[in-house]
Ligand binder design. Sequence first.
Ligand SMILES: CC(C)(COP(=O)(O)OP(=O)(O)OC[C@H]1O[C@@H](n2cnc3c(N)ncnc32)[C@H](O)[C@@H]1OP(=O)(O)O)[C@@H](O)C(=O)NCCC(=O)NCCS
Length: 174
Amino acid sequence: MPAAAGRPVARDRDAVQGVRDKAMIEVRQADSRDTDLVAALLAAQLSEHGLAPDLEQVRRGLEVALQIGAPLLVATEGSRGVGACLVNRIASVEHGGVVLFIEELYVVPGARRRGVARALLGRLLAEADSSGVRAIELEVDEGHKPARSLYRSLGFEANTRTPWVLDLRRSERD
Ligand SMILES: CC(C)(COP(=O)(O)OP(=O)(O)OC[C@H]1O[C@@H](n2cnc3c(N)ncnc32)[C@H](O)[C@@H]1OP(=O)(O)O)[C@@H](O)C(=O)NCCC(=O)NCCS
């Protein structure tokens, strides 16, 4: 329908721009050639969460992810990395099969609210569903509104469990 026939021109332009923005984002499984790009993204994620990232440690973590075939998705726009998602597989008796745990999800500030996280998670959910995964788990920091709202919009629900950790390598780092 032409804009003159009823819809305001500005809204048409917004819609066209939105389609262009989304069309430029590509999501794919990362491989070893993406290690530097994804390491930079996930180091930025740790910084945003108030942790001092050790880039070598982030790289080692990604090397393990690639070795064990963990889902590791990267979103690119041209040659630029704009988002990443690192996921682990868990054997679950509670769910009776494979459960995925979203370890990291990050979108660079300049690319937010353009559907990058939705595209990363959409790909993850589609692949999980088609490969028989039973559930997807994750943790969200207290009060982290964008992430809560993102996950809620995709059907995730909060549970009453509290994450615990025993850091076996803390003394080596301190
Ligand atoms: C949370 C984060 C991944 C969202 O990425 P994004 O690409 O901007 O998200 P999308 O554009 O795909 O948004 C999808 C939906 O999430 C919700 N959402 C995203 N950002 C939001 C914000 N700032 N405020 C409220 N809702 C938000 C909305 O429901 C949005 O849908 P809509 O745009 O149609 O309203 C991104 O802000 C980020 O990387 N933050 C820092 C790292 C982080 O918190 N990671 C999650 C760890 S659990």
